[in-house]
Ligand binder design. Sequence first.
Ligand SMILES: Cc1cc2nc3c(=O)[nH]c(=O)nc-3n(C[C@H](O)[C@H](O)[C@H](O)COP(=O)(O)O)c2cc1C
Ligand code: SF4
Length: 456
Amino acid sequence: MTSANVLPTPDKWPHLLLPAATGSGSATGSGAAGAAPTDIDAAVAAGAFKGLTEAIKDMTAGEIVAALAASGLRGRGGAGFPTSEKWRACALSAADRRYVVVHAYQADPAVFTDRVLLERNPYAVLEGAAIAAVAVGASDIIVALHAEASEAIATLETAIREAHEAGYLGDDVLGSGRDIHVELKPLQGAYMLGEETVLLKGIEGKRGQPEQQPPYPTTRGLYGKPTLVHNAQTFAVVPGIITGGPGSYGDVAAKGGQGTVLVQISGSVANPGLAEVPLGTTIGEIVALAGGVPGPNIVKALLVGGPSGGILPPDALKTPYEFESLEAAGAHMGSGSIVVVDERSCLVDLASVLTRFCADQACGKTIPCRIGLRRMAEIGARFCEGQPRGDEIERLTDLSADIVASRLCDHERRSTLPLLSLVRYFRDELDAHIVRSTCPAGICQPMATSRAGTVS
Ligand SMILES: Cc1cc2nc3c(=O)[nH]c(=O)nc-3n(C[C@H](O)[C@H](O)[C@H](O)COP(=O)(O)O)c2cc1C
Ligand code: SF4
């Protein structure tokens, strides 16, 4: 298995994604504690494929979508879009063929949450996707994941074979007359392959850049056909919504959101790892799962949302980890990553490196994003060198507004966050670089100062 450290969580927290064996609390996923994740008999005994059986035998497509709508489930791929709206749109798009795509590519190079989910609870993801196929009228499910996720690929190959043999996948599923075939699609690419329209082109074997939406993939997706794309975590909770009813899913929700999400905590923490947390848990509670910051260091900032995330001040430890609160704070859920930064790091250097990464990853289709992010990265580099030109802050905010206005894909909007976070929250540190040509952390060269303040 991926050597990710799955962190234990409080007993009262639910386990909708990772089976209880990997932590504590009540298990509602399809995995069985103690058994191999691909042991289909153990999984079925623990409740796997009950939701699919119910959906395929006793429910109409409309009833399945209605159950999803009542649950309030929002996509876990980052944007938090209501799932039922996508399902309804896909089901209603006239076509002779439709597809369901499980997005497990995980573009953020340092995050393994979806990989671990597939390794530890493969049947929940497959079953959720199969229920989606029934609801939207698709016969083909494609699981797209990173070619380097070898353990997840091996687990899924076994799980798909076992589910076929047991009659939960393949031709005439459970004697219903419906065919549901699953294909694994290992992909090798860069960060932008995570954007759903690029992912679809990658599955087709083409090079790709994001497409203007609408039309959304639910009306024109894979091979031009209606396609339902969700993150693997989104699919994994669908069986529980069908068997337990929307209320049971809502019951486990913390304030401000629904259900749980996998979060990876790294940086300056005692015990880096990933955990399943109820949406609405505070960032501070999540960081505490990883043992907090080892003394004598102190939290200086929190990078929330991956390379294009927001750099938030220590006050954000009180912020609930859910879609709206993170947006309001200037961050986003993104890949489900929280990086704790302590006082030894320079935030200007950090934001500058992240912006350069984002500029390098931008595909170049939209001029404001292609040129604008490059200019922002150059401004960041000038901050680090202590050589600003004129009013760089104003230039930074103007550029951000132009980039965000281009609105072709979400990359442009998110990529402005690291440097804008400094303007919003860390003006002192920024001014030290711009106005006084000093780096309080002693990181930036050639103007580095020691942390004691001595010019080197
Ligand atoms: C640059 C970029 C990278 C992305 N990477 C991922 C990713 O690795 N995994 C993912 O599920 N969604 C990713 N997304 C979001 C997808 O485009 C899409 O919104 C999501 O897969 C929909 O799934 P959901 O309905 O479950 O949220 C990315 C978006 C952008 C703009
Ligand atoms: S906004 Fe940026 S990343 Fe997105 S399509 Fe345009 S150039 Fe490519």
